[in-house]
Design a protein around this ligand. Structure first.
Ligand SMILES: Cc1cc2nc3c(=O)[nH]c(=O)nc-3n(C[C@H](O)[C@H](O)[C@H](O)COP(=O)(O)OP(=O)(O)OC[C@H]3O[C@@H](n4cnc5c(N)ncnc54)[C@H](O)[C@@H]3O)c2cc1C
Length: 454
């Protein structure tokens, strides 16, 4: 059996990013990716149908994380990169059955008309509220620091990322940078201002995608890599001189092993080495109902809108790629992508395509002036769910550090260990690659403070 320097299990964004950073540092490295499905990319998949380009998973990522900017620069995709600056593109929140512009930063929220004067004063309570000592849900934490009126805004920030529940997600695990501002500076507002001091002003970030959608990132990253497709790994073991893997397509061995999987795929695998405290985390599945219209569709200029739970609507929200990323609909047409399900409405996922289209159209057309009926529809039903970093998640993060420390040559990253976004994956992947080259494991990344989170 040929022994590789490195085997990476999983050719999603995480695995491919680890491969990128390893090869960048050591171009001669003997590296193999092993992938269960018949294509790389995992949750990232773009689909073009009848001239409409839509996404099964992420629509983009913000260029406010150093590691992701580095990756983007390395790939040198030039004009293929599409950037939608937050400063120019508005986001909307559905409140009282209408779309309202959503301010992007805490000072902008305070100066907006989205909150009453009393609620704005209460937000300033953040300046003197003592940090809560133990792990908090996002809802409890946000209500303590800013008052309950902020909860619908916290809800949509979470809906737009985790498609999850603010009453279950942990602020410590899901937004460690926010928690850091509170614990280090005593207040999120003070921390946001002080942590920016001395740093170059970068302004508002942009949402990044590519002319052929997010799938183009995967195609580019996958090029030149040795990937064994259709090879589910079902056993890993450590011998005296490295790692052994059993897969659908035979056995493999390597000196170093990177497990770059969704946390719920990694936990059963790692448990064979040493028992994990939990076997899985909750997941949020989000379907995308894609609708094409003629030019009469009066889609507001911006990224899209999100609806908080209190609005009790069918759709979680809708994205406006027509404005964000031009070229995703045939000439003279416009496209809307309507998000359904999440942890809020998992029952909607069992509806037929026809029902999803009909109910989603009826819901969205109450908010946006749309023609009688869509001229194109397509329902995308991803099977990969967004892992939920709920209260108690740090047990799993501690477990991951312990496994990496106890088992030499093992590196673990991927969807749901330390965050869920594209940026989080690239950041973790870079650290795994650096640790592997240094031969050290068991490190958790420092919390990153960001000006904009979703
Ligand atoms: C609906 C949805 C919308 C999203 N929207 C956004 C967004 O707008 N912005 C953003 O930043 N992020 C978003 N994300 C998150 C983003 O997609 C993820 O951060 C990223 O794709 C995770 O990549 P990964 O490689 O860690 O995991 P995955 O994508 O899950 O890839 C893991 C790979 O491992 C393979 N695999 C699994 N088991 C095995 C096995 N036993 N053996 C071999 N291979 C195996 C899988 O087939 C898969 O290819 C979204 C995710 C979803 C699901």
């Amino acid at each position: 059996m040929n022994k590789h320097d490195v085997i990476i299990i999983g050719a999603g964004l995480s695995g491919l990013s680890v491969a990128h950073f390893l090869k960048k540092a050591r171009p001669d490295i003997d590296l193999l990716l092993i992938e269960k499905s018949d294509r790389p990319g995992g949750a990232i998949r773009s689909q073009e149908t009848e001239g409409f380009l839509a996404e099964w998973g992420p629509h983009g990522f913000l260029d406010n994380i150093e590691e992701a900017r580095e990756l983007l620069d390395d790939l040198d995709l030039g004009d293929e990169v599409q950037k939608a600056p937050l400063k120019k593109f508005l986001r909307y929140i559905c409140r009282d059955g209408r779309l309202k512009v959503l301010p992007q930063t805490p000072p902008a929220i305070i100066s907006s008309n989205l909150l009453s004067l009393e609620a704005k004063f209460r937000m300033l309570g953040d300046l003197w509220k003592k940090p809560l000592s133990h792990e908090q849900t996002i809802a409890d934490w946000a209500a303590h620091r800013f008052g309950k009126a902020i909860l619908p805004i916290a809800d949509i920030a979470v809906t737009g990322t985790y498609a999850g529940d603010i009453e279950k997600l942990s602020i410590d695990a899901a937004y460690p940078g926010m928690r850091l501002l509170e614990t280090e500076y005593g207040s999120v507002f003070k921390g946001a201002i002080k942590s920016r001091k001395g740093k170059a002003r970068t302004g508002m970030p942009s949402m990044v995608s590519f002319k052929n959608g997010m799938g183009q990132l995967i195609t580019t990253l996958a090029t030149g890599n040795d990937i064994a497709l259709n090879s589910a790994v079902w056993d890993i073991s450590r011998g005296d001189d490295g790692w052994y893997l059993e897969t659908d397509t035979g056995g493999y061995s390597a000196r170093n092993l990177v497990v770059a999987l969704h946390i719920n795929r990694a936990l059963p695998m790692l448990s064979k080495l040493t028992a994990a405290p939990d076997q899985s985390v909750s997941e949020a599945i989000v379907y995308n109902v894609v609708m094409g219209f003629d030019e009469q569709a009066d889609i507001p200029y911006g990224f899209g809108y999100l609806a908080p739970k209190v609005e009790n609507r069918f759709a979680l929200g809708s994205l406006f790629p027509t404005h964000m990323f031009p070229g995703r609909a045939p000439a003279g047409m416009k496209v809307l992508e309507v998000l359904i399900g999440g942890t809020r409405n998992p029952e909607h996922l069992s509806l037929s395509d026809d029902d999803l289209v009909e109910i989603a159209y009826a819901d969205v057309s109450q908010l946006i002036k749309l023609p009688q009926k869509p001229l194109f529809t397509k329902v995308l039903r991803p099977e990969i769910g967004i892992p939920q970093l709920e209260i108690g998640h740090s047990r799993l993060q501690d477990y991951r550090e312990k496994v990496e420390t106890d088992f030499q040559g093992l590196y673990v990253n991927g969807f749901g260990w330390e965050g869920i976004g594209v940026n989080d994956m690239i950041k973790m992947a870079k650290r795994s690659a650096e640790n592997l080259l240094k031969g050290v494991g068991g490190t958790r990344g420092p919390a990153t403070v960001k000006g904009v989170y979703f």
